[in-house]
Design a protein around this ligand. Structure first.
Ligand code: GLN
Length: 441
């Protein structure tokens, strides 16, 4: 086990949770799995990183958990996250920040920071995260692991604590794309308990790189490019070039507006989803003389600053007089961004960019500056607005030894193309095999 204390887990199970074999050999063969603590596992506490859910025990398991247990996975614990998955550093957890295993003075990314750190430190073979604006890919990049954000509608959200329901998706993290694929094959597919899932069966693919058309979206390469990240992602592009891919520059003209649109749509949906935490339906409750006082005190005490900020923002952009000006406009921008992606995918098969604008930043360096924190999502949110699949994979290290991630983005339901390209890259490189010092594997 690890020699470090990263605060990656909010709780570890005394005995791993697993299921007796029902039929034949299980595909996942006792894979150890860590689960982000906004995904329900029956009879285990679930907090979403918030005091307001302290004491709440899940009364059912998420569909993804049912499927993974049936396939032979063993759940070893629940991992830390930014409160209700709002954040890019895991510092918004009510239970303290997770540390980056590569440098414990730095953040692991977020909001699935605990899931990424647990896998990077080899405490679990794989983990589950959720990605609403980058929360699987950004921590995967910061912790030097592989993380898949599936197409919206390919994985059931039943049993995921909702943040923004039109953007949320559950996905796997693991050191290698091979393990990510094994988990994705199990969790994906239609679920009658989530009406937004589609009839879809994952089929692995051997994607030939020779002749494959890869686009470099100008907008994702030009803004605030860090020279070390640029070099590393360029080497990744070079790998495909050497194997016969045709590389071209492409443009997604509306992408620069993605972050602004996201930070209107997300708070709007979150403010509605979080209305249920009222001091009546969940254990955490503050006494009051009137129902309004119970709500006010419970929510005032139970939610952290970032959650309150987004509830206020969301209520504002949905209110009469502001709805057209903000929410409606953001939805129009979302459509334009979706159209931009549809257009580029007429001429290229896959897009490549870096996953993050910067290297993992220092703990505490952005907590007082929400806009700076939001900028960490600059390169990931467009994919969520358009509902596309994307994978972040380790593509190198900075001179200071910090991991760098690159991002492959594909057409809807083309996870198999992304995973095949990632596996071929990982077959000839070893960035994903590197482990932080202080671990013994
Ligand atoms: N960092 C983004 C945010 O704070 C993404 C969150 C997510 O994907 N859950 O909203």
């Amino acid at each position: 086990m690890t020699k470090t204390n990263l605060n990656a887990f909010l709780q570890t199970c005394d005995q791993p949770i697993s299921r007796e074999s029902t039929e034949g050999k299980k595909t996942l063969d006792s894979l150890t799995l860590a689960v982000k603590d906004n995904i329900m596992v029956k009879d285990l506490p679930v907090t979403a990183g918030s005091k307001i859910l302290d004491g709440h025990i899940a009364s059912y398991s998420a569909t993804v958990i049912e499927r993974l247990l049936d396939a032979g996975a063993q759940i070893i614990g629940k991992t830390n996250l930014d409160e209700f998955a709002m954040g890019s550093s895991t510092e918004n957890s009510a239970f303290g920040p997770t540390l980056n295993p590569w440098d414990q003075t730095r953040v692991p990314g977020g909001s699935s920071g605990g899931s990424a750190a647990a896998v990077a430190d080899r405490l679990a073979q794989a983990s589950l995260g959720s990605d609403t604006g980058g929360s699987i890919r950004q921590p995967a990049a910061f912790c030097g692991v592989t993380g898949l954000k599936p197409t919206y509608g390919s994985v059931s959200r039943y049993g995921l604590i909702a943040l923004a329901s039109s953007l949320d998706v559950i996905g796997p993290l693991a050191p290698s794309a091979e393990t990510v694929e094994e988990v994705f094959a199990i969790i994906s597919g239609q679920d009658p308990l989530d009406q937004t899932t589609v009839d879809y069966t994952y089929k692995p693919l051997e994607q030939s790189i020779d002749g494959l058309k890869i686009g470099l979206p100008r907008e994702l390469w030009e803004l605030y490019i860090d020279p070390e990240i640029k070099r590393s992602v360029e080497q990744h592009v070079h790998f495909y070039l050497e194997h016969g891919a045709v590389i071209s520059d492409v443009s997604l003209p509306y992408l620069p507006y993605a972050l602004a649109a996201y930070y209107i749509i997300l708070p709007a949906e979150a403010s509605a989803n979080l209305a249920r935490y009222d001091g009546i339906r969940y254990p955490h409750s503050q006494p009051g003389q009137t129902i309004a006082e119970i709500y006010k005190k419970t929510r005032g005490q139970g939610f952290g600053a970032e959650v309150k900020r987004r509830i206020l923002l969301g209520s504002y952009v949905l209110s009469v007089g502001h709805y057209d000006e903000y929410y409606q406009k953001a939805q129009e921008v979302r459509n334009l961004i979706k159209r931009d992606y549809d257009n580029v995918f007429k001429s290229v098969d896959v897009l490549i960019s870096r996953t993050t604008p910067t290297l993992p930043f220092a703990l505490g360096s952005r907590t007082q500056d929400p806009l700076k924190m939001y900028q960490a999502d600059l390169l990931t949110v467009g994919v969520n607005l358009a509902g596309l699949p994307a994978i972040s994979l380790p593509s190198g290290f900075s001179q200071s030894g910090l991991p760098i991630g690159s991002q492959l983005i594909g057409r809807p339901f083309c996870e198999n193309v992304l995973l095949s390209l990632a596996k071929q890259y990982q077959g000839e490189t070893d960035h994903h095999q590197q482990q932080p010092k202080g671990t013994d594997g």
